[in-house]
Design a protein around this ligand. Structure first.
Ligand SMILES: Nc1ncnc2c1ncn2[C@@H]1O[C@H](COP(=O)(O)OP(=O)(O)OP(=O)(O)O)[C@@H](O)[C@H]1O
Ligand SMILES: [Mg+2]
Length: 387
């Protein structure tokens, strides 16, 4: 038996954690990333270059058992080129569906899964029609770029008619500033009670498993904290989330891990978006679940048996944003598992996370607050210089 070699498009923290999960299973990794300092560089072979360099893609694909990706903005041409040389999972249809917020929402709607009211917006007139009085979206609304948004980038909340024009002007330039974001979408602003997400996995023979719903807290568009499992989830709510995940995965003939972000509005679930990959709100599974999302993604794309998705220990995941505290201070706290990504500190950047375990969620949450206090007060950046 030869060791499988998994090719990963993107060498960020998700790629790094895939390798950290797969290495004990005898899986080898090759990453493709334009950045020579990509976080996955020490966890496998790193090919440095552009995703649209066809010569480089051929070399990257040589000898791969399977190709996967850790970000959803993989160019369609890249995925097609690689698919001629090795199986690509999740399948290309999942990439297409998740790269553009309009077809993404249409996909869910076509499956009978509720989404916030939305409208594609090309012009300011479109936006006035959608958000104005009697429009299908109304106000307040959230205006977003259809493509390339992440961590809340490329979004603006519009509360009044007067704010429509400036919001349109600021977002028309797109996330990258060159307008290459394929238009905008206006979504009804949902007064949700809380944000939930579900991480599910589908195997090569259609086997399906889902982790319990988790509760997510965002600030400034960035995920801060995940509580796993989410408290107060009736079995029917879990079932509805799983049914939505199963339906979309079956439609896409999906293989691998998929995450769906949800708004809980009085027990009704609305889909915000999906990610065809391992997801930040699934990081708790590394320490709190029977099998991590990273391991299950690898098992799925290799055609291996899926692992159980039950909770082993209630867990609160705390993201480290911008910079990180001294590891010694974190590790002195009870119940903590520290995961650093080997990234340079930068405001708003996810540089690590801490999975905080407890006998129950009350204990885990109290311990997580201590970690958050440390992360806020004693952030110390790349070289922990301690007095
Ligand atoms: N229609 C909406 N109504 C209310 N809040 C919203 C809406 N859309 C987005 N938000 C808030 O903004 C956050 C980020 O939005 P969204 O998930 O669309 O962006 P993103 O940039 O793709 O984020 P990420 O990549 O971090 O998941 C959501 O988690 C939610 O808190
Ligand atoms: Mg999101």
């Amino acid at each position: 038996v030869t060791a499988p070699l998994v090719g990963v498009l993107g060498g960020g923290q998700l790629g790094r954690m895939l390798a950290l999960a797969g290495t004990p299973l005898g899986i080898r990794f090759r990453f493709l990333d334009p950045d020579p300092d990509a976080p996955a560089r020490q966890c496998g072979e790193l090919v440095v270059g552009r995703y649209d360099d066809s010569g480089l893609l051929a070399a990257f694909a040589d000898g791969l058992t399977v190709v996967t990706y850790e970000f959803e903005n993989v160019p369609a041409a890249t995925a097609r080129l690689l698919a001629d040389r090795a199986p690509v999972f999740p399948p290309q249809g999942a990439l297409a569906a998740s790269q553009d917020r309009v077809p993404e929402k249409e996909l869910f709607r076509s499956l009978g899964i509720p989404v916030p009211a939305f409208a594609g917006v090309e012009t300011l007139e479109d936006l006035r029609a959608a958000g104005g009085p009697g429009g299908p979206v109304g106000l307040p609304c959230v205006l977003k770029t259809r493509r390339l948004g992440y961590d809340g980038k490329g979004q603006a909340v519009v509360r009044t008619i007067d704010e429509l024009a400036p919001a349109f002007a600021s977002l028309s330039r797109g996330v990258t500033g060159d307008g290459s974001t394929g238009g905008l979408i206006a979504e009804r602003m949902i007064p949700f009670e809380r944000e939930l997400s579900i991480v599910a996995v589908r195997g090569a023979r259609g086997e399906f498993a889902a982790y319990p719903l988790v509760e997510n807290v965002h600030a400034g568009g960035i995920l801060r904290r995940t509580t796993a499992p989410a408290p107060n989830v009736a079995p029917a709510l879990q079932r509805r989330a799983e049914d939505a995940a199963r339906a979309v995965m079956e439609r896409l003939n999906y293989v691998g891990v998929l995450a769906i972000e949800l708004f809980d509005v009085g027990g009704e679930l609305l889909v915000n978006e999906m990610a065809p990959r391992v997801h930040n709100s699934g990081h708790w599974t590394q320490d709190g679940a029977e099998t991590s999302q990273f391991e299950n993604h690898l098992r799925a794309i290799l055609g291996w048996p899926l692992g159980p998705t039950g909770v082993r220990t209630p867990t609160v995941m705390v993201n480290l944003i911008g910079t990180w505290p001294d590891p010694r201070d974190v590790l002195a706290l009870p119940g903590v598992r520290l995961h650093l990504y080997d990234k340079a500190p930068r405001p708003g950047r996810k540089v690590g996370h801490v999975n905080v375990l407890g006998r129950d969620l009350v204990e885990a949450a109290a311990r997580a607050s201590a970690v958050e206090a440390l992360a806020g007060a004693r952030a110390c950046g790349p070289s922990p210089a301690r007095a």
